[in-house]
Structures are given as structure tokens and as C-alpha cells.
Design a protein around this ligand. Structure first.
Ligand code: PLP
Length: 503
């Protein structure tokens, strides 16, 4: 094509410099190959060890210490993904991944990530990414309805539950109206110690939140849990009353719906009563279990009284087949969060017509630029539908209950916690004549640890552990979209074989 400037003084101009990025044709070729590769990866995933079998720093030793001075062909880069990166992966998408909270991606989620990377918007202001701002509102409204939460709950998408809870506690602090936003906490003689309460089973992200918010770990009072790992609400009431008498300032309680070790569910109703009585912000950490709230028959178990919370977080990247990361924070009074974080420098001021009716994501958190996370979630919600997602969660709970029934029926194993959802806490137990209680406790701890490492080192599954009532406890978490009854049965068989060879 001839452009007006293509010749000057009769001399052809130098060809335009290329962008340096791939041509459209190359992109198409590599893109098709990559999608084929991913498809094969999922088809063959069970031929790979679940837990990476590499040694520490093995990958680093295989990579050049200095960056390439000149570009390399994409084929060479992708070949190294095959040869170097794959063996150094723990395969979270393997159907026999039963560790921590088993989570997995899904095809529509991967497509969403791909598109989001292509658009590469930074959703700070509505105008910088109207689709991201508005789709976020839409998917959060859909999810809210699926959870049965009232319309008053408005949501924000962050990366992780750790960050969601940090923002929730920041909103709770703002809600005190102590001008902490302006004055801070340090050097203030007018402030007593502020108190946050959470059960001793609460996730460590709550500890990190009080550290990051400058409240200090001493501000977090851990409330004992009952025999089934739920916060003891009476102990909470006593703690709040005691702190008030001592002149401290209680302001926030974190209830956990689905604790990390056992998935126990704190008594949200009783905790909400205490919060209402003392005007404390109630934050519910439902990072894992919140997803189960979309299953009609599980909703009363996990969402009971959650409408009384001031804020609630759940992670679609944990149990709604959403590629990491995507965490949701719902707030009953989102304007408090806005008050805590909105700060608009001149260069981010937008026309009056765009204020008020639209959401600027940067007003609701620490981050300025934000990823277009709602896109993948929208694609997932549409692809599976509410029923499709609920069916998978229901099946995971069935599989966990089935596994728990095998444990309960075996004389060689025992359950160490109730199984309300899809995680089973258990251990091998064998008897030896003439042992003291202490000797037995130490032997069973060592035995179960050996079983876990031996089973994981086969590469056939990956389970993790926790400590309950001072016992080394194995955890089997079902949550992967590809996990079937056959995988759970094979896990049970392998654990039994391993326990025999490790006695
Ligand atoms: N809260 C609970 C109850 C969790 O179990 C976890 C992680 O497992 C978290 C918070 C932290 O989640 P994230 O990795 O999204 O920060």
C-alpha cells in the first residue's frame, strides 16, 4: 500500500522497523501448537508424578545464569518447557492431587486467562476497562445470588483470600472512625490496643493481616475451639468482655467457615450475636467452603447466618474451577471499604459523568492496576452454569464421605475430625502390646509421617497433613475437577499398601 510519505526526494524510505513481537502468522502457528500441547498435557497428566520429584535447586542448575543477549526461537523456548519446566512441576491438575485444598483449573477458565492476557487491561478506573469494571459487578451479583446472600452485599475481586481478609480488617478499622487513615496508629497516646478475634483454627492470613495493617500480632486474640475445631462462642463473649474491662478496644471478629485443617465451621449465628451486642465488625473467612454455598442442600450448613456478616470472603480459585487467582470479598457496606481506600490523585481524576454511577476498582483496595479476572469467572459461570458447578462440588463431598466411610470401617485407621465437606482427616492406628500412651503417640506420629512421605514419593498421589489434638493427621482433600471415585479408591488402596510396608 502506498502512503503519502512513502517516498521522499524520490528515494524509498527504509522499511519500518518491526515491533520485535511475533507476526500474526507466527502467533497463530505457535498458538495452535500450544493449545494442542495443553490438550495433550491434560490427556496424559496421569502419567506424570503428582508431586514434583526434583531436588531443591535442580531447575536453577539447568538454566543459564545470565539472560540471553539475543532473542531465541519460540520452538526452543517451548521445548524447554517440556524438558525442564514440566518435571519441576507439582501437578495441581492431576486428579490424584489430594493435598492442602485440592483445586484445579477448567477449560473455560484457561480460555478466560488467555483472553485476559491478550487484552492486558489494567482495570483501575472504569474508563481504563469498562468491560472489566462492569463484568466484575455482573459476575459478583450472579455469585451472590447463587450463594443466597442479600442484595446489600456488594463484592470486589482480589487475588487471594489473604488479601481479601486484609482489606476486610482494614474496612473494620476504618469503621471505628478513629481517623486512623490520616493519623495512623503509631505515636498515638489516645488509642488503646485494638483487638481482633479469631479462632485458634483460623488461617495464618489473619495473623498476617494484623501485621500488615500495623495492628501488631498482639492485637489478635485467638479464641479456643471446641472438640470439633469450631470457635467456642462463649469463650469469645468472655474474651470481649474481659478486654473491654481492661480498657482495650475490640473491633473485629473473624469467623471461619471451613477451617484450613479440618473444614470445621464456626458458629456464625452465635458469633454474630456477640458482634451485634458489642458493635464489632464480623468478617467471615469462607475461602474454601464458601463455594459449597452454591449447592442448595449445603447452603444451610455453610451460609447459615452469613447474611449477618459485615464482610465475607470466598475463593473461586479454590473450589469453583477457576485458575489461580481469583478471590471475592463481599461487604454489606461497601462504602466503608471505599472510604478506607479511595484516593484520587489529579492524574486519575475522571469526568463527573463517570463518577457515581460506575465503579473504579482502584477505590476499593491497595492496588491501582487490577487484572481482568472477572472474564475467566464469567466464562466459567456460563460454561458450567449454576447446576453444573453445584454438581461437581456435591460429587466431591460424596467422594470424601465415601473415603471417610472406608476409614471408619477399618480397624487399622481412624477419623480424627468430622467430615462436613470434602476433606478427610485421618490416621493409621496400630496396636503394640506393652506400650505406654506416650510411646504409642510417638510411634503413631512417626508411622503416619512415614506413610505420607512414602505414598507421596510413589508419585501416584499427593496428600498433606496437619496436627489435630496433638496427633500427626493425614488429610485427603477432594476438590479437583478430574477426580473420580476410581482415583479416591486407588488412593485408599495405596495408603493401605504403604501402611503395611511402613509398620
Ligand atoms: N483462609 C482459609 C480458611 C484458607 O484455608 C486459606 C488457604 O488455604 C486462606 C484463607 C488463604 O487463601 P489464599 O491462598 O487465597 O490467600
Amino acid at each position: 500500500m502506498k502512503t503519502p510519505d512513502s517516498k521522499r526526494d524520490g528515494q524509498p524510505l527504509a522499511p519500518p522497523t518491526t515491533t520485535g513481537d511475533m507476526s500474526a502468522e507466527e502467533f497463530r502457528r505457535h498458538g495452535h501448537a500450544l493449545i494442542d500441547w495443553i490438550s495433550d498435557y491434560f490427556t496424559d497428566i496421569e502419567s506424570r508424578p503428582v508431586l514434583a520429584q526434583v531436588k531443591p535447586r535442580e531447575l536453577i542448575a539447568q538454566l543459564p545464569p545470565a539472560p540471553p543477549a539475543t532473542g531465541e526461537p519460540m520452538d526452543a523456548i517451548l521445548a524447554d518447557v517440556d524438558e525442564l519446566i514440566l518435571p519441576a512441576l507439582t501437578h495441581w491438575n492431576h486428579p490424584s492431587f489430594f493435598a492442602y485444598f485440592a483445586t484445579s483449573t477448567s477449560a473455560p477458565g484457561i480460555f478466560g486467562e488467555l483472553l485476559s492476557a491478550a487484552f492486558d487491561v489494567k482495570a483501575l478506573l472504569w474508563r481504563t476497562a469498562p468491560a472489566a469494571a462492569e463484568l466484575e459487578e455482573v459476575v459478583l451479583s450472579w455469585l451472590r445470588q447463587m450463594l443466597g446472600l442479600p442484595e446489600s452485599f456488594a463484592g470486589v475481586i482480589y487475588d487471594t483470600a489473604s488479601v481479601s481478609s486484609l482489606h476486610a480488617i482494614a474496612a473494620a478499622r476504618e469503621n471505628l472512625n478513629l481517623d486512623i487513615r490520616e493519623q495512623g496508629l503509631s505515636g498515638r497516646a489516645d488509642l488503646p490496643l485494638l483487638r481482633v478475634y479469631a479462632s485458634e483454627q483460623a488461617h495464618s492470613s489473619i495473623d498476617k493481616a494484623v501485621i500488615a495493617l500495623g495492628l501488631g500480632q498482639r492485637s489478635l486474640r485467638k479464641i479456643p475451639a471446641d472438640a470439633e475445631f469450631r470457635m467456642d462462642a462463649d469463650a469469645l463473649a468472655l474474651a470481649v468482655a474481659e478486654d473491654k474491662r481492661a480498657g482495650l478496644l475490640p473491633f473485629c471478629v473473624v469467623a471461619t467457615v471451613g477451617t484450613t485443617s479440618t473444614t470445621s465451621i464456626d458458629p456464625v449465628g452465635a458469633i454474630a450475636d456477640i458482634c451485634e451486642q458489642h458493635k464489632l465488625w464480623l468478617h467471615v473467612d469462607a475461602a474454601y467452603a464458601g463455594s459449597a454455598g452454591i449447592v442448595p442442600e449445603l447452603r444451610p450448613l455453610v451460609m447459615n447466618n452469613c447474611e449477618r456478616a459485615d464482610s465475607l470472603t470466598l475463593n473461586p480459585h479454590k473450589w469453583l474451577f477457576t485458575p489461580f487467582d481469583l478471590s471475592v470479598l463481599y461487604c454489606r457496606r461497601i462504602e466503608v471499604l471505599h472510604r478506607a481506600f479511595s484516593l484520587v490523585p489529579e492524574y486519575l481524576r475522571t469526568p463527573a459523568a463517570e463518577t457515581g454511577s460506575v465503579r473504579n476498582g482502584a477505590d476499593y483496595g491497595v492496588q491501582l492496576g487490577r487484572r481482568f479476572r472477572s472474564l475467566k469467572f464469567w466464562m466459567i459461570l456460563r460454561y458450567f452454569g449454576h447446576d453444573g458447578l453445584a454438581a461437581r462440588i456435591r460429587e466431591h463431598c460424596r467422594l470424601a464421605t465415601l473415603f471417610a466411610s472406608w476409614v471408619a470401617d477399618s480397624p487399622d485407621w481412624e477419623l480424627l475430625a468430622p467430615v462436613p465437606l470434602s476433606v478427610v482427616c485421618f490416621r493409621a492406628r496400630t496396636f503394640k502390646d506393652g506400650e505406654t500412651d506416650d510411646e504409642r503417640a510417638a510411634r503413631l506420629d512417626a508411622l503416619n509421617e512415614r506413610i505420607m512421605h512414602a505414598a507421596n514419593s510413589t508419585g501416584s498421589l499427593f496428600i498433606s497433613h496437619t496436627r489435630l489434638h496433638d496427633k500427626f493427621t493425614l488429610r485427603l482433600a477432594v476438590g479437583n475437577i478430574r477426580t473420580t471415585e476410581e482415583h479416591v479408591r486407588r488412593a485408599w488402596e495405596l495408603l493401605n499398601e504403604t501402611s503395611q510396608t511402613n509398620l
